[in-house]
Design a protein around this ligand. Structure first.
Ligand SMILES: Nc1ncnc2c1ncn2[C@@H]1O[C@H](COP(=O)(O)OP(=O)(O)OP(=O)(O)O)[C@@H](O)[C@H]1O
Ligand SMILES: O=C(O)C1=C[C@@H](O)[C@@H](O)[C@H](O)C1
Ligand SMILES: [Mg+2]
Length: 172
């Protein structure tokens, strides 16, 4: 198997879990958001501000396919919205791909994101009250796409190590 893909809503822990997993299984980790930033020489925030979300979604699709099509064995951490645009969800299933949805409740996401939203353009300007409602609606809309993953791992009330162990069991 060449690609292990982690997906899920902003703050579910894709970057954190992928980094830890990468160290344990000795498979290199690529974070799609960071890959876009490196290639475009701009932060995600700047891409949204300077060129708008539609442009970002096009870049996201192009770079996602670029990562998928390279022959290296990788763990790929997607952006929170990646599966929900440009038919990217169709690439979660296929030969050489294992996709895992890190499923978090609205409360878990809210608690993780509330103090850590400035780099996330979709929620950066929301008040605490607005954020909870926004996450609830957004997660509902996006679940359809996230559920195309081959596997689901619940992350609520689990340590990073516990979630990584759940994933290792799936991969065994
Ligand atoms: N299992 C966990 N237990 C406690 N905190 C966690 C856990 N996993 C991640 N976190 C914390 O939650 C926050 C969000 O995690 P992370 O940045 O990995 O999410 P993400 O899914 O990559 O988000 P984004 O889509 O915005 O890049 C971080 O502050 C991280 O330390
Ligand atoms: O949920 C989203 O749509 C996003 C999540 C982040 O990972 C970034 O890809 C960007 O901020 C958009
Ligand atoms: Mg991340």
């Amino acid at each position: 198997m060449k690609k292990i893909i982690l997906l899920g809503y902003m703050g579910c822990g894709k970057s954190t879990i992928a980094q830890k997993l990468s160290g344990i299984v000795s498979i290199p980790y690529v974070d799609l958001d960071e890959y876009i930033e490196k290639n475009e020489k701009m932060s995600i925030k700047q891409i949204f501000e300077n060129h708008g979300e539609i442009h970002f979604r096009k870049l996201e699709h192009t770079y996602f396919l670029e990562l998928l099509n390279n022959p290296d064995k990788n763990i790929i951490g997607l952006g929170g919205g990646t599966p929900c645009y440009a038919n990217n969800h169709e690439f979660l299933i296929g030969e050489g791909v294992t996709s895992i949805y890190l499923k978090a409740s609205i409360d878990t996401l809210f608690n993780r994101l509330v103090s850590n939203k400035s780099k996330r353009p979709l929620i950066a300007d929301k008040s605490e009250e607005e954020m909870k409602e926004f996450i609830a609606k957004h997660l509902f809309d996006r679940s359809f796409y996230y559920n195309h993953a081959q596997y689901k791992v619940s992350v609520d009330d689990k340590s990073i190590e516990e979630t990584v162990n759940d994933i290792l069991n799936l991969l065994a």
